[in-house]
Design a protein around this ligand. Structure first.
Ligand code: NAD
Ligand code: MG
Length: 384
């Protein structure tokens, strides 16, 4: 029996994780869940899964929960999240929070040498160099990717040595606006940007998919997770979302992981690795129904998310953190209707241009850069 904490249980990854766990109650037990503001869903999850530890966004909501569930241990806010990352009873911590707010809880989980099932890619982008150093210091901690592309890369690399890997080929659906022109993108609405063709996900990542910033984040995430040079990471548009990513080896063999577009598989694999388990929660891919699998270059003149990420990643140090923080605020401003779609790229570019590069040796430095970048974007683009 593995004890699991889910940070962000009320989100898209969190609810999928609970579906995985529900089908395998003999193997997995939920010991902690955290949600930010969706009180009713969190209550439903508490009643169904009976976790011992709960975390919610605000103090008042935590007090309300304490009245309803006096026997539970209830935390709130950022400090609460950190406590949730460090629970002694947990074997696995699934980080399914959206945004760099997930960094500190991940750091706590590493210090407690847990298995981290990492969905929260922003942590690996903003703090990757720091996290990797920390992982060396706490060698029993392990990060198993949940992001479908990275799970696919990880699965494809099983049984191979690092020096046998030549290229990581990350696939991209192309997002909502695949094939569209810059002219078209000028005036797209929030509602249009939120319609993803293949995946049902939280709002932030859905916007990131439409700008291809998500794929950019994934390039940096792949570099940080697998320690592969940026020159050996490639992105291809694959609209069918069946091939979740591929690894090309030195002998030119390419191994791909393919399946239906459903996050439940990478979530379960991160829980069961190195084993695989059958589950009624997992859907089978019907190969006979597949008409075609296509792979194309990204149109980088229109979608700058990937090239900006390569630039930030190659610069390294604090630049990926700036790339991520600027994007987080830009997406928030776009969702609030304060900026236009293409402004997202302009914000990331100009935030990167004004930034003075720093080494990210401590968590404090990362937190400061995150804060300064957010402030800079709000001041320059977020005013009414
Ligand atoms: P979501 O918006 O559906 O859920 C986010 C979760 O985080 C919710 O439980 C929310 O309550 C919590 N949260 C938000 N802000 C918080 C805060 N300030 N403090 C504490 N908790 C907070 O997002 P999602 O789509 O489930 O994505 C979660 C993470 O997984 C992201 O990093 C995303 O990039 C990554 N990811 C998601 C998918 C997917 O299919 N949804 C796929 C790959 C990777
Ligand atoms: Mg992904």
């Amino acid at each position: 029996m593995k004890n699991i904490t889910i940070l962000g249980s009320t989100g898209s990854i969190g609810t999928n994780a609970l579906k995985v766990i529900k089908e395998k109650k003999d193997k997995f037990k939920v010991i902690g869940i955290s949600g930010y503001s969706n009180f009713d869903l969190l209550k439903k999850q508490i009643e169904e899964f009976q976790p011992k530890y709960i975390c919610i966004g605000s103090k008042s909501a935590a007090e309300e929960l304490k009245i309803l569930y006096p026997e539970k241990i209830i935390y709130f806010g950022d400090e609460g999240l950190k406590n949730m990352g460090a629970l002694d009873e947990a074997d696995i911590v699934l980080t399914a929070i959206s945004g760099s707010i997930g960094i500190e809880a991940t750091v706590e989980a590493i210090k407690k040498e847990k298995r981290i099932a990492l969905a929260n890619k922003e942590t690996m982008v903003a703090a990757g160099e720091y996290i990797n150093k920390l992982l060396k210091k706490y060698p029993k901690a392990e990060v198993i990717p949940v992001d479908s592309e990275h799970s696919a890369l990880f699965q494809s690399m099983q049984g191979s040595g690092k020096n046998e890997v030549k290229t990581l080929i990350i696939t991209a659906s192309g997002g909502t606006f695949r094939g569209k022109t810059l002219e078209y993108l000028k005036n797209v609405t929030v509602e249009e940007a939120l319609k993803h063709p293949n995946w049902s996900m939280g709002k932030k990542i859905t916007i990131d998919s439409s700008t291809l910033v998500n794929k950019g984040l994934e390039v940096i995430e792949a570099h940080m997770l697998f320690n592969i040079d940026y020159d050996n990471i490639e992105v291809l548009v694959h609209p069918q979302s069946i091939v979740h990513s591929m690894v090309e080896f030195v002998d030119s063999s390419i191994i791909a992981q393919i399946g239906v577009p459903d996050m439940k598989l990478p979530i379960q694999y991160a829980f069961t690795y190195p084993d695989r388990e059958a589950s009624t929660a997992l859907e089978k891919l019907n190969l006979k129904k597949l008409k075609e699998l296509t792979f194309d270059e990204i149109n980088s003149d229109v979608f700058k998310g990937v090239q900006l990420a390569f630039k930030a990643g190659r610069i390294g140090k604090s630049m990926p953190c700036v790339f991520n923080s600027a994007n987080e605020v830009a997406v928030e401003l776009f969702l609030k209707g304060k900026i236009k779609f293409l402004d997202i790229y302009e914000i990331i570019e100009s935030a990167m241009a004004q930034h003075e590069l720093k080494a990210i040796e401590t968590l404090e430095i990362i937190k400061n850069i995150d804060k300064e970048t957010r402030k800079w974007v709000y001041e320059n683009y977020g005013r009414d």
